[in-house]
Ligand binder design. Structure first.
Ligand code: SOE
Length: 371
């Protein structure tokens, strides 16, 4: 960590944060950093003008015209990378090489080789390097995990998962993500399917070992892009190392669905079902006596209870999960070992699953996921 404590608005902080990128995710990251009482040193973007606009938007004092300028400021201890996917690998590597800690948006990289390089570089540099698989930070996701870990849910039998959005439903909807040059070879799966598989593996402790996928690009031409090759939707049959089977549907063109990650995992004694848009309850299915568990710290496993930040009856949502992820990242920087913190190894895992899914869709066969 850079030495010295810097004063910010009358309070002293010990961790200096830099942000690269200025879109929606930069806002979410900066709110989380503030909640963790870190000091927001500055924001960098592709030009000084863009950085100034981002700094205004985010309420951050300093604007840097390049990541290198941000890295040269020794008040910065950790950098959050929130730029388009294709920039993640080179930027996260620059942060690590500068000896700073890094939080890099998912997908960690657009190729498995780059994700491997980053994971190794972070390990050799001894820096904390995390990826925001933030749905892990809903207390009821931890409760579901505790039920599989304790054996209460039994052996995983089947997986029924979907992640549906509608923000890319029409040809008028456009975004850098549709362009493989900026977003990578996979779009819907890398962007949101990766969350789904991360949650399945996080909750059950089992690993997806084989996939058979089919994908569609419903809209090859959009307002500012044509001949789009990245997928709007993908359907995947999965097998796990532990012998479970399942299906996943991932789409960014599902009318009425805004950000619906729904996961139902059937164990041999209990099913658990979690819906990211209704994160206040967990359905626990039993042959007799199914129940809906509320997010009430007193009724939850310890690792779930520790993530409850608002009293029952006061809903806790997406930004809260993000805040908890950033707080645990900063705790890890300070030397703690928080349970369930998604690190670069998890980003690499997601890159491997994504590659297998797209390879399978293109080859029309089952594909093994690299361990
Ligand atoms: C856009 O699809 C997006 O913001 C994803 O990039 C996030 O990871 C997901 O949490 C919400 O949707």
């Amino acid at each position: 960590m850079a030495s010295g404590t810097v004063k910010a608005r009358g309070t002293s902080w010990t961790l200096g944060v830099g942000i690269v990128g200025g879109g929606f995710m930069a806002t979410v990251h900066s709110r989380a950093a503030r909640t963790a009482r870190a000091g927001l040193v500055g924001v960098a973007s592709s030009s000084v003008e863009r950085a100034v606009a981002a700094a205004r938007e985010l309420g951050i004092e300093h604007a840097f015209g390049s990541l290198n300028d941000l890295l040269a400021d020794d008040r910065v201890d950790v950098v959050h990378v929130t730029t388009p996917n294709a920039l993640h690998a080179q930027q996260a590597l620059a942060v690590i090489e500068a000896g700073k800690h890094v939080v890099c948006e998912k997908p960690l990289a657009t190729t498995v080789a780059d994700a491997e390089r980053l994971t190794q570089a972070a390990a050799s540099a001894g820096v904390t390097a995390t990826v925001p698989f933030v749905y892990r930070f809903h207390p009821l996701v931890r409760e579901a995990r505790a039920r599989f870990a304790s054996g209460e849910a039994g052996r995983l039998l089947t997986i029924d998962g979907s992640y549906l959005q509608d923000w890319l439903l029409s040809t008028d909807d456009d975004n850098w993500r549709v362009d493989a040059k900026a977003g990578g070879r996979s779009r819907a799966f890398a962007d949101i399917g990766s969350h789904l598989v991360d949650l399945i593996e996080f909750v059950t402790g089992d690993r997806v070992s084989k996939v058979a996928a089919t994908k569609r690009t419903f809209f090859a031409d959009r307002a500012e892009h044509s001949d789009i090759a990245t997928e709007d939707a993908v359907a995947v049959a999965v097998q796990t190392a532990g012998g479970a089977i399942g299906t996943l549907l991932v789409s960014q063109a599902a009318p009425g669905r805004k950000n619906r990650l729904h996961l139902e995992l059937a164990g041999s004694t209990e099913s658990v079902a979690f819906d990211q848009e209704q994160p206040e309850t967990l359905w626990v299915g039993r042959r007799r006596g199914s129940l809906l568990i509320p997010r009430d710290a007193e009724q939850l496993a310890p690792d779930a209870a520790r993530l409850v930040t608002t009293p029952s009856g006061h809903p806790q949502g997406y930004q809260d999960a993000f805040n908890a992820f950033v707080a645990d990242t900063y705790a890890a920087i300070a030397g703690a070992e928080p349970e369930g913190l998604p690190r670069f190894a998890d980003g690499l895992r997601a890159a491997r699953v994504t590659e297998a899914v797209i390879d399978s869709a293109e080859a029309g066969t089952w594909v093994d996921v690299a361990a």
